[in-house]
Design a protein around this ligand. Sequence first.
Ligand SMILES: *[C@@H]1O[C@H](CO)[C@@H](O)[C@H](O)[C@H]1NC(C)=O
Length: 396
Amino acid sequence: MARALRKNPLRLWERLYLLAHLLTVDVAHLSLNLVTCVGFAILRGIPIRHYFKCAYNRFALGRLSPREIQHLSPSTSSLYHKWIATTRAAAQTRVDSGRGTPDDRYILDYIHASEEVLPDGNASVLWVGDRRRASKFVLFFHGGGYVAPIQDGHLEWCLRAYVQAGQKHGEHVAVAVLQYTLAPEARYPTQLKQAADALAHLFKLGVRPRDLIIGGDSAGGNLASQIMSHLLHPHPEAKEIRLEHGERIAGIFAVSPWVSARTNDRSMSDNALIDMLSPTIIENLNHEHLGNHALYNAEKKRNQGWAMPADVDTGAWYKGLGKFVERVYVTVGTQEVFRDQSIVFAEGVRRTNPDIEVLLEERYDEAHDFILLEGGRKEDGSATRRMRRWVEGVFW
Ligand SMILES: *[C@@H]1O[C@H](CO)[C@@H](O)[C@H](O)[C@H]1NC(C)=O
Protein backbone atom coordinates (compact mmCIF):
# COMPACT_ATOMS: atom_id res chain seq x y z
CA MET A 1 0.00 0.00 0.00
CA ALA A 2 1.61 3.20 -1.20
CA ARG A 3 0.34 5.39 1.61
CA ALA A 4 1.83 3.13 4.26
CA LEU A 5 5.31 3.90 2.98
CA ARG A 6 7.11 6.68 4.76
CA LYS A 7 7.34 9.76 2.59
CA ASN A 8 10.45 11.19 4.16
CA PRO A 9 12.51 8.37 5.73
CA LEU A 10 15.46 9.05 8.03
CA ARG A 11 18.78 9.12 6.18
CA LEU A 12 21.60 6.85 7.29
CA TRP A 13 23.36 9.54 9.33
CA GLU A 14 20.06 10.48 10.99
CA ARG A 15 19.55 6.86 12.02
CA LEU A 16 23.06 6.66 13.43
CA TYR A 17 22.46 9.91 15.31
CA LEU A 18 19.15 8.54 16.68
CA LEU A 19 20.86 5.35 17.83
CA ALA A 20 23.68 7.35 19.41
CA HIS A 21 21.42 9.60 21.49
CA LEU A 22 19.09 6.72 22.43
CA LEU A 23 22.07 4.85 23.86
CA THR A 24 23.59 7.81 25.71
CA VAL A 25 21.90 11.02 26.94
CA ASP A 26 18.39 9.57 26.47
CA VAL A 27 19.08 6.92 29.10
CA ALA A 28 19.61 9.71 31.60
CA HIS A 29 16.51 11.60 30.44
CA LEU A 30 14.31 8.53 30.67
CA SER A 31 15.58 7.77 34.18
CA LEU A 32 15.02 11.36 35.26
CA ASN A 33 11.45 11.30 33.89
CA LEU A 34 10.76 8.07 35.76
CA VAL A 35 12.00 9.58 38.99
CA THR A 36 9.93 12.76 38.65
CA CYS A 37 6.67 11.25 37.31
CA VAL A 38 6.57 8.34 39.73
CA GLY A 39 8.07 10.40 42.54
CA PHE A 40 5.42 13.12 42.27
CA ALA A 41 2.67 10.48 42.12
CA ILE A 42 3.98 9.05 45.40
CA LEU A 43 4.25 12.51 46.97
CA ARG A 44 0.68 13.32 45.93
CA GLY A 45 -0.58 10.01 47.26
CA ILE A 46 -1.98 8.61 44.01
CA PRO A 47 -1.62 5.09 42.56
CA ILE A 48 1.60 4.99 40.53
CA ARG A 49 0.84 2.23 38.03
CA HIS A 50 0.17 4.47 35.00
CA TYR A 51 2.95 6.95 35.83
CA PHE A 52 5.69 4.70 34.43
CA LYS A 53 4.15 4.86 30.95
CA CYS A 54 3.54 8.55 31.51
CA ALA A 55 7.29 9.01 32.06
CA TYR A 56 8.13 6.97 28.99
CA ASN A 57 5.75 8.95 26.76
CA ARG A 58 7.12 12.22 28.06
CA PHE A 59 10.61 11.04 27.29
CA ALA A 60 9.60 10.09 23.71
CA LEU A 61 7.76 13.36 23.04
CA GLY A 62 10.45 15.44 24.72
CA ARG A 63 13.57 13.82 23.28
CA LEU A 64 12.61 12.53 19.84
CA SER A 65 11.87 14.66 16.80
CA PRO A 66 8.60 14.07 14.93
CA ARG A 67 10.51 12.30 12.17
CA GLU A 68 12.29 10.09 14.68
CA ILE A 69 8.96 9.21 16.32
CA GLN A 70 7.50 8.41 12.91
CA HIS A 71 10.58 6.35 12.06
CA LEU A 72 10.28 4.27 15.23
CA SER A 73 6.48 3.73 15.11
CA PRO A 74 4.37 1.93 12.53
CA SER A 75 2.13 4.26 10.50
CA THR A 76 -1.50 4.61 11.58
CA SER A 77 -2.66 2.50 8.68
CA SER A 78 -0.19 -0.34 9.20
CA LEU A 79 -0.72 -0.40 12.96
CA TYR A 80 -4.48 -0.63 12.37
CA HIS A 81 -4.16 -3.59 9.99
CA LYS A 82 -1.81 -5.35 12.40
CA TRP A 83 -4.11 -4.72 15.38
CA ILE A 84 -7.13 -6.13 13.52
CA ALA A 85 -5.15 -9.25 12.59
CA THR A 86 -3.79 -9.89 16.11
CA THR A 87 -7.13 -9.13 17.80
CA ARG A 88 -8.91 -11.57 15.52
CA ALA A 89 -6.19 -14.20 15.88
CA ALA A 90 -6.34 -14.02 19.70
CA ALA A 91 -10.14 -14.40 19.66
CA GLN A 92 -9.88 -17.29 17.18
CA THR A 93 -7.31 -19.09 19.33
CA ARG A 94 -9.55 -18.87 22.39
CA VAL A 95 -12.61 -20.05 20.46
CA ASP A 96 -10.67 -22.96 18.93
CA SER A 97 -9.44 -24.09 22.33
CA GLY A 98 -12.97 -24.02 23.76
CA ARG A 99 -12.25 -21.01 26.02
CA GLY A 100 -13.94 -18.49 23.74
CA THR A 101 -16.26 -15.90 25.30
CA PRO A 102 -19.22 -14.13 23.67
CA ASP A 103 -16.87 -11.14 23.24
CA ASP A 104 -14.49 -13.32 21.20
CA ARG A 105 -17.29 -14.50 18.94
CA TYR A 106 -18.49 -10.92 18.56
CA ILE A 107 -14.99 -9.86 17.47
CA LEU A 108 -14.78 -12.65 14.90
CA ASP A 109 -18.20 -11.71 13.58
CA TYR A 110 -17.88 -7.92 13.43
CA ILE A 111 -14.22 -6.84 13.44
CA HIS A 112 -12.64 -6.94 9.99
CA ALA A 113 -10.08 -4.68 8.34
CA SER A 114 -11.76 -2.04 6.20
CA GLU A 115 -10.12 1.18 5.03
CA GLU A 116 -11.79 3.87 2.92
CA VAL A 117 -9.67 6.58 1.32
CA LEU A 118 -11.06 10.11 1.58
CA PRO A 119 -11.22 12.56 -1.36
CA ASP A 120 -7.82 14.20 -0.79
CA GLY A 121 -6.17 10.83 -1.40
CA ASN A 122 -4.10 11.13 1.79
CA ALA A 123 -6.53 10.69 4.68
CA SER A 124 -8.63 7.59 5.20
CA VAL A 125 -11.20 6.10 7.51
CA LEU A 126 -10.27 2.86 9.31
CA TRP A 127 -13.27 0.94 10.58
CA VAL A 128 -13.40 -0.77 13.96
CA GLY A 129 -16.70 -2.61 13.54
CA ASP A 130 -18.83 -3.36 10.50
CA ARG A 131 -20.39 -0.16 9.20
CA ARG A 132 -22.85 -2.06 7.01
CA ARG A 133 -24.48 -3.66 10.04
CA ALA A 134 -24.12 -0.69 12.40
CA SER A 135 -26.93 1.53 13.65
CA LYS A 136 -24.71 3.81 15.76
CA PHE A 137 -21.39 5.38 14.84
CA VAL A 138 -18.37 7.07 16.37
CA LEU A 139 -15.95 9.27 14.41
CA PHE A 140 -12.66 9.00 16.29
CA PHE A 141 -9.59 11.26 16.19
CA HIS A 142 -6.45 9.80 17.78
CA GLY A 143 -4.00 11.91 19.77
CA GLY A 144 -0.22 12.08 19.65
CA GLY A 145 0.51 15.80 19.37
CA TYR A 146 -0.30 15.64 15.63
CA VAL A 147 3.18 14.10 15.23
CA ALA A 148 2.71 10.51 16.44
CA PRO A 149 0.65 7.85 14.66
CA ILE A 150 -2.15 5.95 16.39
CA GLN A 151 -1.32 3.38 19.11
CA ASP A 152 -2.86 -0.01 19.97
CA GLY A 153 -4.32 1.62 23.09
CA HIS A 154 -6.58 3.85 20.95
CA LEU A 155 -8.02 0.89 19.07
CA GLU A 156 -8.52 -1.15 22.27
CA TRP A 157 -10.32 1.84 23.78
CA CYS A 158 -12.57 2.11 20.70
CA LEU A 159 -13.41 -1.57 20.94
CA ARG A 160 -14.07 -1.54 24.68
CA ALA A 161 -15.84 1.78 25.16
CA TYR A 162 -17.90 1.97 21.94
CA VAL A 163 -18.24 -1.35 20.09
CA GLN A 164 -18.80 -3.33 23.29
CA ALA A 165 -21.28 -0.74 24.59
CA GLY A 166 -23.36 -1.49 21.48
CA GLN A 167 -22.92 -5.23 21.94
CA LYS A 168 -24.37 -4.90 25.45
CA HIS A 169 -27.40 -3.01 24.14
CA GLY A 170 -28.05 -5.29 21.17
CA GLU A 171 -27.06 -2.70 18.57
CA HIS A 172 -23.87 -2.59 16.56
CA VAL A 173 -21.61 0.45 16.95
CA ALA A 174 -18.97 0.98 14.26
CA VAL A 175 -16.06 3.35 14.88
CA ALA A 176 -14.59 5.33 11.99
CA VAL A 177 -10.99 6.09 12.97
CA LEU A 178 -9.56 8.98 10.98
CA GLN A 179 -6.09 8.39 9.57
CA TYR A 180 -4.97 11.99 9.09
CA THR A 181 -1.67 13.35 7.78
CA LEU A 182 0.84 13.94 10.56
CA ALA A 183 2.84 17.10 11.21
CA PRO A 184 5.15 18.52 10.08
CA GLU A 185 4.27 17.13 6.65
CA ALA A 186 0.81 18.66 7.08
CA ARG A 187 -0.13 21.42 9.47
CA TYR A 188 -3.22 23.28 10.62
CA PRO A 189 -5.78 23.38 9.00
CA THR A 190 -5.06 20.26 6.89
CA GLN A 191 -6.22 17.89 9.63
CA LEU A 192 -9.44 19.91 10.04
CA LYS A 193 -10.05 19.59 6.30
CA GLN A 194 -9.50 15.83 6.55
CA ALA A 195 -11.79 15.57 9.59
CA ALA A 196 -14.53 17.50 7.75
CA ASP A 197 -14.07 15.16 4.76
CA ALA A 198 -14.47 12.17 7.08
CA LEU A 199 -17.66 13.62 8.55
CA ALA A 200 -19.05 14.33 5.07
CA HIS A 201 -18.12 10.77 4.10
CA LEU A 202 -20.15 9.33 6.99
CA PHE A 203 -23.17 11.44 6.10
CA LYS A 204 -22.87 10.32 2.49
CA LEU A 205 -22.99 6.72 3.70
CA GLY A 206 -26.31 7.51 5.35
CA VAL A 207 -25.21 8.02 8.96
CA ARG A 208 -27.68 10.28 10.77
CA PRO A 209 -26.38 12.99 13.09
CA ARG A 210 -28.46 11.68 16.01
CA ASP A 211 -26.71 8.29 15.65
CA LEU A 212 -23.24 9.80 15.68
CA ILE A 213 -20.70 10.64 18.38
CA ILE A 214 -17.47 12.46 17.47
CA GLY A 215 -14.38 12.81 19.61
CA GLY A 216 -10.76 12.19 20.40
CA ASP A 217 -7.91 12.51 22.89
CA SER A 218 -5.26 15.21 23.24
CA ALA A 219 -4.51 16.40 19.68
CA GLY A 220 -7.56 14.34 18.69
CA GLY A 221 -9.52 16.33 21.28
CA ASN A 222 -8.19 19.45 19.60
CA LEU A 223 -9.48 18.13 16.29
CA ALA A 224 -12.87 17.43 17.91
CA SER A 225 -12.93 21.05 19.16
CA GLN A 226 -12.03 22.20 15.63
CA ILE A 227 -14.96 20.23 14.22
CA MET A 228 -17.25 21.82 16.84
CA SER A 229 -16.05 25.20 15.61
CA HIS A 230 -16.42 24.21 11.98
CA LEU A 231 -20.06 23.09 12.42
CA LEU A 232 -20.91 26.51 13.79
CA HIS A 233 -18.47 28.68 11.80
CA PRO A 234 -17.51 26.85 8.57
CA HIS A 235 -13.77 27.23 8.09
CA PRO A 236 -13.04 28.73 4.64
CA GLU A 237 -10.57 25.96 3.81
CA ALA A 238 -12.65 22.95 4.87
CA LYS A 239 -15.76 21.38 3.34
CA GLU A 240 -18.91 22.90 4.81
CA ILE A 241 -21.04 20.46 6.79
CA ARG A 242 -24.84 20.66 6.73
CA LEU A 243 -26.84 18.55 9.15
CA GLU A 244 -29.97 17.18 7.53
CA HIS A 245 -33.35 18.37 8.84
CA GLY A 246 -31.61 20.38 11.51
CA GLU A 247 -30.89 17.14 13.37
CA ARG A 248 -28.20 17.45 16.05
CA ILE A 249 -25.07 15.33 16.46
CA ALA A 250 -25.69 13.11 19.48
CA GLY A 251 -22.46 13.89 21.30
CA ILE A 252 -18.91 15.18 21.14
CA PHE A 253 -16.21 14.10 23.57
CA ALA A 254 -12.76 15.49 24.24
CA VAL A 255 -10.36 13.53 26.44
CA SER A 256 -7.54 15.69 27.85
CA PRO A 257 -8.01 18.07 24.95
CA TRP A 258 -5.28 20.39 23.69
CA VAL A 259 -7.28 23.58 23.26
CA SER A 260 -4.75 26.35 23.85
CA ALA A 261 -1.30 27.30 22.64
CA ARG A 262 -0.56 28.95 26.02
CA THR A 263 2.02 27.38 28.28
CA ASN A 264 1.77 29.73 31.27
CA ASP A 265 -1.39 28.52 33.02
CA ARG A 266 -1.21 27.42 36.63
CA SER A 267 -1.69 23.74 35.73
CA MET A 268 1.34 23.97 33.43
CA SER A 269 3.68 24.77 36.30
CA ASP A 270 1.83 22.59 38.86
CA ASN A 271 2.16 19.49 36.73
CA ALA A 272 5.21 20.06 34.55
CA LEU A 273 7.12 17.28 36.32
CA ILE A 274 4.42 14.66 36.79
CA ASP A 275 2.49 14.76 33.52
CA MET A 276 3.22 13.08 30.18
CA LEU A 277 3.47 16.56 28.66
CA SER A 278 5.43 19.62 29.74
CA PRO A 279 5.36 23.30 28.74
CA THR A 280 8.50 22.75 26.62
CA ILE A 281 6.91 19.83 24.79
CA ILE A 282 3.79 21.92 24.15
CA GLU A 283 5.90 24.80 22.77
CA ASN A 284 7.49 22.38 20.31
CA LEU A 285 4.20 20.77 19.37
CA ASN A 286 2.60 24.20 18.84
CA HIS A 287 5.29 24.82 16.27
CA GLU A 288 4.72 21.45 14.54
CA HIS A 289 0.95 21.96 14.44
CA LEU A 290 0.72 25.68 13.71
CA GLY A 291 3.94 26.21 11.77
CA ASN A 292 4.91 29.89 11.92
CA HIS A 293 1.57 30.66 13.67
CA ALA A 294 0.63 33.13 10.88
CA LEU A 295 -2.85 31.69 10.25
CA TYR A 296 -3.43 31.01 13.96
CA ASN A 297 -2.45 34.59 14.88
CA ALA A 298 -4.57 36.14 12.12
CA GLU A 299 -7.61 34.12 13.16
CA LYS A 300 -7.08 34.78 16.85
CA LYS A 301 -6.90 38.52 16.21
CA ARG A 302 -10.38 38.26 14.67
CA ASN A 303 -11.55 36.28 17.76
CA GLN A 304 -11.81 33.11 15.69
CA GLY A 305 -10.99 29.99 17.67
CA TRP A 306 -10.85 27.21 15.10
CA ALA A 307 -7.28 26.17 15.95
CA MET A 308 -7.30 26.73 19.72
CA PRO A 309 -10.74 27.61 21.11
CA ALA A 310 -9.49 28.37 24.64
CA ASP A 311 -7.31 31.19 23.25
CA VAL A 312 -10.35 33.29 22.31
CA ASP A 313 -13.50 34.02 24.33
CA THR A 314 -14.58 30.36 24.24
CA GLY A 315 -18.18 31.00 25.27
CA ALA A 316 -18.71 33.72 22.67
CA TRP A 317 -17.04 31.59 19.98
CA TYR A 318 -19.25 28.55 20.68
CA LYS A 319 -22.50 30.46 21.27
CA GLY A 320 -25.13 28.71 19.15
CA LEU A 321 -23.39 25.31 19.09
CA GLY A 322 -26.52 23.84 20.66
CA LYS A 323 -28.17 23.93 17.23
CA PHE A 324 -25.64 21.30 16.08
CA VAL A 325 -24.70 19.20 19.11
CA GLU A 326 -26.74 17.67 21.96
CA ARG A 327 -24.06 16.69 24.45
CA VAL A 328 -20.42 17.46 25.17
CA TYR A 329 -18.16 15.39 27.43
CA VAL A 330 -14.78 16.74 28.54
CA THR A 331 -12.58 14.71 30.86
CA VAL A 332 -9.25 15.83 32.28
CA GLY A 333 -6.88 14.84 35.07
CA THR A 334 -6.00 17.09 37.99
CA GLN A 335 -2.35 16.10 37.38
CA GLU A 336 -2.33 17.42 33.79
CA VAL A 337 -0.69 20.45 32.27
CA PHE A 338 -3.92 20.83 30.20
CA ARG A 339 -6.19 20.89 33.28
CA ASP A 340 -6.96 24.62 33.40
CA GLN A 341 -7.40 25.01 29.65
CA SER A 342 -9.72 22.01 29.38
CA ILE A 343 -11.86 23.49 32.14
CA VAL A 344 -11.99 26.87 30.37
CA PHE A 345 -13.05 25.06 27.19
CA ALA A 346 -15.86 23.03 28.82
CA GLU A 347 -17.10 25.93 30.94
CA GLY A 348 -17.09 28.20 27.88
CA VAL A 349 -19.33 25.80 25.95
CA ARG A 350 -21.60 25.45 28.98
CA ARG A 351 -21.88 29.20 29.65
CA THR A 352 -23.45 30.10 26.31
CA ASN A 353 -25.25 26.86 25.46
CA PRO A 354 -27.96 25.98 28.00
CA ASP A 355 -29.35 23.52 25.43
CA ILE A 356 -26.18 21.38 25.46
CA GLU A 357 -25.74 18.85 28.23
CA VAL A 358 -22.10 19.46 29.16
CA LEU A 359 -20.32 16.92 31.35
CA LEU A 360 -16.97 18.13 32.68
CA GLU A 361 -15.07 15.56 34.69
CA GLU A 362 -11.86 16.29 36.60
CA ARG A 363 -10.16 13.21 38.07
CA TYR A 364 -7.69 13.68 40.89
CA ASP A 365 -5.64 10.52 40.30
CA GLU A 366 -5.21 10.98 36.55
CA ALA A 367 -2.70 12.78 34.37
CA HIS A 368 -2.87 13.12 30.60
CA ASP A 369 -4.95 10.68 28.56
CA PHE A 370 -5.21 7.77 31.02
CA ILE A 371 -7.93 6.11 28.94
CA LEU A 372 -5.23 5.57 26.30
CA LEU A 373 -2.91 4.00 28.87
CA GLU A 374 -5.72 1.69 29.98
CA GLY A 375 -6.27 0.67 26.35
CA GLY A 376 -2.53 0.04 26.03
CA ARG A 377 -2.86 -2.48 28.88
CA LYS A 378 -5.98 -3.99 27.31
CA GLU A 379 -8.00 -3.23 30.42
CA ASP A 380 -11.40 -1.73 31.17
CA GLY A 381 -10.08 0.79 33.67
CA SER A 382 -11.96 3.61 35.33
CA ALA A 383 -11.56 6.05 32.41
CA THR A 384 -12.74 3.44 29.89
CA ARG A 385 -15.78 2.55 31.99
CA ARG A 386 -16.70 6.22 32.44
CA MET A 387 -16.50 6.76 28.68
CA ARG A 388 -18.69 3.70 28.07
CA ARG A 389 -21.24 4.96 30.58
CA TRP A 390 -21.38 8.34 28.86
CA VAL A 391 -21.87 6.70 25.44
CA GLU A 392 -24.63 4.52 26.84
CA GLY A 393 -26.34 7.61 28.19
CA VAL A 394 -26.08 9.32 24.81
CA PHE A 395 -27.32 6.44 22.64
CA TRP A 396 -29.61 4.39 24.88
C1 LIG B 1 -1.33 14.68 -0.20
O1 LIG B 1 -0.04 14.61 0.38
C2 LIG B 1 1.02 15.01 -0.45
C3 LIG B 1 2.32 14.75 0.28
O2 LIG B 1 2.33 15.39 1.53
C4 LIG B 1 0.85 16.48 -0.81
O3 LIG B 1 1.87 16.92 -1.66
C5 LIG B 1 -0.52 16.66 -1.47
O4 LIG B 1 -0.73 18.04 -1.72
C6 LIG B 1 -1.61 16.12 -0.57
N1 LIG B 1 -2.87 16.20 -1.30
C7 LIG B 1 -3.83 17.05 -0.95
C8 LIG B 1 -5.05 17.05 -1.83
O5 LIG B 1 -3.76 17.77 0.03
